[in-house]
Design a protein around this ligand. Sequence first.
Ligand code: HEC
Length: 101
Amino acid sequence: MTLAFAVAISAAAGAAPALAANADNGGNLARRWCSTCHVVSPAQTQASADAPPFASIAQRPGFSAAQLALFLLDPHPKMPNMALSRIEAGDIAAYIETLRH
Ligand code: HEC
């Protein structure tokens, strides 16, 4: 973790959770941690067959970034045990929300 990144995280941690969500950072995290199994962006062409692409998760009726962030704090069974902080979960959820259209 670079110093600039650490400073950005701690600055974000001081702000209100909803406002702190940083979709750009979430996109970076998703590419780094989720893309082995999920198609995380329109640029990605391959991932594991049984994991839903993030764009289709975003497209579900009733999608809510807030709910997704909560879901991500308690990883689904098929995911390796990755402990996301509340900030990271919020950022990834905000990123997935940008895929909704
Ligand atoms: C080792 C493979 C793997 C990795 C890495 C992984 N996932 Fe998943 N994920 C899956 C699979 C398989 C499913 C579908 C089956 C299930 O729900 O358990 C899934 C389902 C999901 C779902 C949808 C659950 C639903 O409502 O259908 C979300 C959201 C999700 N993953 C988010 C993430 C995020 C965010 C990351 C990165 C931080 C991530 N996953 C990393 C394998 C993975």
